[in-house]
Design a protein around this ligand. Sequence first.
Ligand SMILES: [Zn+2]
Length: 141
Amino acid sequence: MNKICMCGKKMAIRINRIIYRHKVEIEGVPIWVCLGCDRYEVLPYVKEQLLELVEELGERPARQILGFGERNEIARLIAAYCEKGGNPRQLKLLVEERINELLDMLLLARSLEDTPWEEDIGRRLSVLTAYPIPELLFMHG
Ligand SMILES: [Zn+2]
C-alpha cells in the first residue's frame, strides 16, 4: 500500500496542478509526494496520457487551464478517492459507481445514435475495466 521514497520516507498520493511552459495549468494530476523531502512523481498509470496531452499542447501552447480528470478516468478516480479521505475500500466502490454511470451514459449515447460520444464512453470504460485498479495503483517497483 505504501511507496517509499529514495530518502527512506513514506510517499503519499496527492492531487496536484502541473504548470506546462508557464502557460498551461493542468489540474487534477495524481502524484506521489514524499512526506520527508520535496520529491514527487506522477502516478505511473496516468503518465502516458499526461505526456500525450503535453504533446498535443505543443511547444507554444495558448494560456489555458485544463482538467486532467476530464480526460483521464484514473486521474478522475484518484481525485474522488483523495476527496473521500484516501480509503482504499472507497476506491473500489468509486470504480464501480463510475462504471455504472458510464454504462448509463452509453445507453443514452446509443439511443441518441451519437457515435463519437459512444466511442468516447467505450474508451473510458475500457480503462476502468482493463486493470484491477485498486491493486494496480498501490503496487510499485
Ligand atoms: Zn523523500
